[in-house]
Design a protein around this ligand. Structure first.
Ligand code: GLU
Length: 508
């Protein structure tokens, strides 16, 4: 029997979650949901020097906002709790000891100053220093010291690390579900630190041990972790867990819009779009980075955008709900090539989600923005207006200028339109039109339109010119939906009053 699929998202709380990380979480989620598996949130906080206050909360809030839910994790508990590695600290040492006992790991006592020096020397010689099979024999470790000397150093409390001993001269192979067969020769690998004197494991040890203990079946993570995968494969082997080793799937990078390099944390606000799901305030510098939520993106639009950055359903369908994505998702449709972020396309997605939202829902979201300007419409009326104008916007906040004139007479008039359309006899004609509109009792927008059109024709006027002037009087600009829809919603008294005000205020 196949074991139940179990996948995890394992961020380090070193700052806000980048959208690349969100995409990793999303793909894991889709994979788990599609296959009826479990999805875990594990916080990898073993590197205390990179810990950032508030980052874990930020990660949880972001994923919540997007509707990415977990079966187990730091915030929901589960059978493998705790899910925060700093709280699992006591677990890792025994595994490091197991590898020391089997000769697959060793104590190293070299100071960081000494190692820096060796790195610098190598740099001068245009070489690369690594702690590996070539160098380890000349360094201070339990392979070069006698057992007694090693013990004496340990007893004296000398700082040490435990390093993995990369086997010499072998090919390390893995079959990545996205990248295919990967083969790395062990001489290119260095003896990574597994455990440090501060009694903390490093990422590599904690990650592999936890994936094993938490019964993870698939490791789906960013391509930047591919170079670590051979070491992880070796760790599974040396622990004797080869049969329990998860399958690996390394996701393609998210690239800058021009395709030149990875989309970095700094790029977003520099290039004019958020790279974080939610706004983030750096607790040290107070610097603010923008977020999708605060920029007015809908969470389901963001999910849709991210899902298609590196994966496609194999048909041309672009608008995909979370349920659609779960149904269609498969790892074999993930591309190997990096995916370019496309700002215009992202806005297009938000627009699609906006026009598909119910007018009432949009009205509820828009209301506070209008109330901030002391406008208090009923939700029903606002919903009706939104139905007329929503095709024109990409974000809810853009509905403000598109709806405000239904509640507030214009305070100014677009100069360009005045210059182009407003003639000496315009006030006279608009006054006539106001009277015609008021005479339609009970008001009916079609007959009002026909009567006004009749007047324009009989007076020998240009339809476009005078209609634009009427729009200018009512809206203040050359924008908005069908003019007689506006007239209907304003009511005939307001229409007359706005026409009169515009005649008073506009002079040519
Ligand atoms: N803690 C790692 C990160 O921050 C996890 C990588 C992995 O999924 O193995 O991305």
């Amino acid at each position: 029997m196949e074991s139940k699929v179990r996948v995890r998202f394992a961020p380090s709380p070193t700052g806000p979650l980048h959208i690349g990380g969100v995409r990793t979480a999303l793909y894991n989620y889709l994979f788990a949901r599609k296959l009826g598996g479990d999805f875990l949130l594990r916080i990898e906080d073993t590197d205390q020097t990179r810990f950032v206050e508030g980052a874990e909360q930020y990660i949880i809030e972001s994923l919540n906002w997007l509707g990415i839910t977990f079966d187990e994790g730091v915030h929901v508990g589960g059978k493998h709790a705790p899910y925060r590695q700093s709280e699992r600290k006591h677990l890792y040492r025994q595994y490091a000891d197991m590898l020391i006992a089997s000769g697959d790991a060793y104590y190293a006592f070299d100071s960081s100053e000494k190692l820096d020096e060796l790195r610098k020397e190598a740099e001068v010689a245009k070489k690369n220093f690594q702690y590996d099979s070539l160098t380890r024999n000349n360094l201070v470790n339990s392979l070069t010291l006698s057992a007694d000397e090693t013990q004496a150093k340990l007893d004296a409390g000398e700082p040490y690390v435990i390093r993995f001993k990369i086997p010499e001269n072998i090919d390390v192979e893995l079959d990545d579900l996205i990248r295919g067969h990967v083969c790395v020769h062990s001489t290119s690998l260095d003896d990574k630190v597994l455990y440090k004197s501060d009694c903390m494991p490093t990422y590599h040890l904690a990650n592999v041990v936890d994936d094993y203990l938490m019964e993870i079946t698939h490791v789906i993570r960013g391509e930047e972790w591919l170079p670590s995968a051979p070491l992880h494969v070796l760790l599974y082997e040396k622990f004797g867990w080869k049969n329990q080793m998860p399958q690996f799937a390394h996701l393609p990078l998210l690239l800058k819009p021009d395709g030149n390099g990875k989309l970095s944390k700094r790029d977003g606000d520099r290039l004019g779009f958020p790279v974080f799901p939610l706004q983030w305030k750096d607790p040290k510098t107070n610097e603010i980075s923008s977020g999708y939520r605060e920029s007015g993106y809908f969470p389901d639009a963001v999910v849709n955008i991210l899902a298609l950055l590196g994966w496609n359903p194999g048909n041309n369908q672009e608008l995909l709900s979370m349920d659609d994505l779960i149904n269609l998702f498969s790892l074999d449709k993930i591309s190997k090539a990096g995916a370019k972020f496309d700002l215009e396309k992202s806005k297009w997605f938000n627009h699609q989600y906006l026009i598909n939202r119910a007018d009432q829902d949009l009205a509820v979201q828009l209301l506070p923005l209008l109330e901030a300007q002391d406008i208090h419409p009923s939700i029903d009326k606002l919903a009706k207006i939104i139905g007329l104008v929503k095709e024109r916007v990409q974000f809810v906040k853009e509905l403000v200028p598109q709806t405000i004139y239904f509640f507030k007479a214009p305070e100014s008039y677009n100069d360009q339109v005045i210059k182009k359309r407003w003639k000496e006899d315009t006030p006279m004609h608009l006054t006539q039109i106001a009277t015609i509109i008021s005479s339609v009792q009970p008001f009916d927008k079609n007959s009002a339109h026909d009567k006004v059109a009749e007047y324009i024709q009989s007076a020998g006027l240009n339809m476009g010119q005078i209609m634009n002037c009427l729009r200018l009087s009512l809206v203040g600009d050359a924008m908005g939906p069908d003019l007689f829809e506006i007239v209907e919603l304003l009511g005939t008294d307001e229409v007359s009053s706005r026409i009169n005000t515009s005649i008073e205020k506009i002079s040519i």
